[in-house]
Write a protein that binds this ligand. Structure first.
Ligand code: MN
Ligand code: MN
Length: 294
């Protein structure tokens, strides 16, 4: 673990959250928000650990604007940001109500409070199921449901999901956290509390590195290996660099099994979903929440 880089990524993520809050308003195009945030991350000396997720209402996660996206910010908007410094990641999310809706505010408060309760109790000695139980109990006490098939995750260098999952429910696991880097992310909904795969997101990740014959696919693959390595990226970034022919290359790389294409994740009953997330560096005698504002 390279603590200094982990802390640096966290510091950048805090500034990006503040910046995001200053530019997001109802009616602003998601594409404009994403482009500005991409630029700001670079200005601050970080790199995106994954494309910013701007998921609205029943889309729980994995929505990032395409190069020609026309969606305007509205509803309950989840902003999920990943920053890395040399592969060491800060993963953090917050939710905004852009409708002045009491129901939205209540759903947002539930995931936020669940995360706050985790922050108060987590140590290296915590059981994973105990943290899941805290999230579940907090959200259910507000007559809402946690999303049962979305989880937090341990992280390692250039690896966003390095093995351990942290559920939003008590799953009975007696696994102990121990030292490490973890993202914990309660999701709350007024729906039944489960997500299914939706339409393709335009977010991809390298899954099987092998040769491809198509010239454009080869060019993309070279760039992907160099700039993103094993971290997720999106079609918007590649269209910016190569024009729309990048879409053809991406399709070929997906068909050849070289890239994994993530689906959007949609609440199965159409419920409105909120998310709160912070990154925790757990060390023997200390807990550092790297992405939390003072
Ligand atoms: Mn996240
Ligand atoms: Mn995460």
């Amino acid at each position: 673990m390279e603590k200094q880089k982990i802390i640096q990524a966290g510091e950048i993520s805090k500034k990006i959250k503040e910046y995001a809050k200053s530019i997001i308003k109802k009616g602003v195009p998601l594409l404009e928000i994403a482009d500005k945030i991409d630029e700001k991350i670079e200005d601050l000396g970080g790199k995106p650990a994954f494309p910013i997720n701007l998921s609205i209402n029943d889309v729980a996660a994995h929505y990032t604007p395409g190069h020609d996206d026309e969606t305007l910010a509205h509803g309950l908007l989840k902003v999920d940001i990943g920053i890395h410094v040399d592969g060491w990641t800060a993963d953090t999310a917050f939710s905004l109500d852009l409708e002045n809706s009491e129901e939205n505010k209540k759903i947002i408060e539930a995931s936020k409070e669940a995360l706050t309760n985790v922050e108060k109790s987590i140590t290296t000695e915590s059981e994973i199921s105990e943290i899941g139980r805290i999230i579940e109990t907090t959200i259910r006490s507000k007559n809402l449901n946690p999303i049962v098939n979305l989880t937090g995750h341990s992280m390692d260098q250039y690896d966003l999901h390095s093995g351990a999952s942290i559920p939003n429910i008590d799953n009975g696991s007696d696994f102990i956290f121990g030292e490490g880097l973890y993202a914990i992310e309660p999701f709350a909904t007024n729906g039944v509390g489960k997500v299914k795969d939706g339409r393709p997101s335009g977010i991809y990740m390298l899954q099987n590195q092998k040769n491809t014959r198509s010239p454009i696919a080869r060019e993309l693959l070279k760039h992907i290996l160099k700039d993103y390595s094993t971290l997720p990226f999106c079609s918007r970034w590649l269209v910016r660099k190569y024009g729309t022919k990048a879409l053809l290359g991406l399709k070929q790389l997906e068909q050849e099994g070289i890239l994994h294409h993530f689906p959007q994740l949609i609440e199965i009953s159409g419920g409105i979903v909120s998310q709160a997330e912070n990154t925790f560096l757990l060390e023997k005698n200390s807990v550092t929440i790297t992405t939390k504002e003072d």
